[in-house]
Design a protein around this ligand. Structure first.
Ligand code: DAT
Ligand code: MG
Length: 151
């Protein structure tokens, strides 16, 4: 497995409901490396670009107004297999079908308010991090715990 990067975003409902620390801690405790983090009010055009593959879906206008309705927390996480692992930590798109123990399974009830986004492939991880972060907003660092996580 390769070292990858995933774009993880706490959506406006997660911020409004005071779940920021809880959600960040799930990725932090798992052992992934945080490379970028910011609270950000997403403009309409960025939301549309991020979700462009869904632009023909009937729920697209509601999705865009939800994502732009308040601040989001943008994060870049790095690790071996982080993309698929983060999707597992997040759980199914519909929170009622998400397993207990996952973020959506524990903290949400509706697809339209599913508190968090995670990239669905390493390619999209790269694309989304480049879309949401500017140069200079990502840190290149080695966590002190690195040798205690990977032999
Ligand atoms: P995921 O966020 O699990 O990757 P996705 O990429 O298929 O799911 O869709 C992106 C977001 O769009 C999803 O988190 C919530 C919204 N969405 C998806 N399907 C929906 C539906 N059938 N009704 C309403 N919103 C939906
Ligand atoms: Mg998706």
């Amino acid at each position: 497995m390769e070292v990858e990067e995933s774009y993880i975003m706490i959506k406006p409902d997660g911020v409004q409901r005071g779940l920021v620390g809880e959600i960040i801690s799930r990725f932090e405790k798992k052992g992934f490396k945080l490379k970028g983090l910011k609270l950000f009010q997403c403009p309409q055009d960025l939301a549309e670009e991020h979700y462009k593959d869904l632009s023909s879906k009937p729920f697209f206008p509601k999705l865009i107004s939800y994502i732009t309705s308040g601040p989001v927390v943008c994060m870049a996480w790095e690790g071996v297999g982080v993309v698929a692992s983060a999707r597992k930590l997040i759980g199914a798109t519909n929170p009622l079908q998400a397993e207990p123990g996952t973020i959506r399974g524990d903290l949400a009830v509706q697809t339209g308010r599913n508190v968090v986004h995670g990239s669905d492939s390493p390619e999209n991880g790269q694309r989304e991090i480049a879309l949401w972060f500017k140069e200079g907003e990502l840190a290149d660092w080695t966590p002190a715990q690195a040798p205690w996580l990977v032999e």
